[in-house]
Design a binder for this molecule. Structure first.
Ligand code: SF4
Ligand code: SF4
Length: 98
């Protein structure tokens, strides 16, 4: 079966996503969706279930798509990171997802 985001439970939206420099999301709009790590670097905030705070939970896709950070824009469908994220999610929640 071809790998497509349409049938994926947003596995890559459980990764740590740094927000850096000019590629940062607009802080004045989305400060509530980010946090700082122990070293003081800004990153997307993740909720207790592991998914990004910006995820649209109904559609299971990005709720801030036009403003998503660079790592999200560079995520290649079917690439190594994508496949690893999908495997990690499947290992965590069992067969059937993503
Ligand atoms: S893990 Fe891959 S298939 Fe799933 S949403 Fe991300 S890019 Fe798309
Ligand atoms: S910003 Fe959007 S694409 Fe990036 S991890 Fe969060 S929900 Fe996913």
């Amino acid at each position: 079966m071809p790998i497509t985001c349409d049938t994926c439970a947003a596995a890559c939206c459980r990764l740590e996503v740094p927000c850096v420099g000019a590629d940062d999301i607009p802080a004045h709009l989305f400060a509530h969706l980010t946090e700082h790590d122990a070293a003081g670097h800004r990153r997307m905030r993740r909720l207790d279930d592991g998914w990004c705070a910006a995820l649209d939970r109904n559609a299971m896709n990005c709720g801030i798509y036009p403003y998503r950070p660079l790592p999200c824009r560079e995520m290649a469908v079917g690439g190594d990171e994508c496949l690893a994220a999908r495997r990690a999610l499947a290992d965590e929640v069992g067969p059937g997802l993503p």
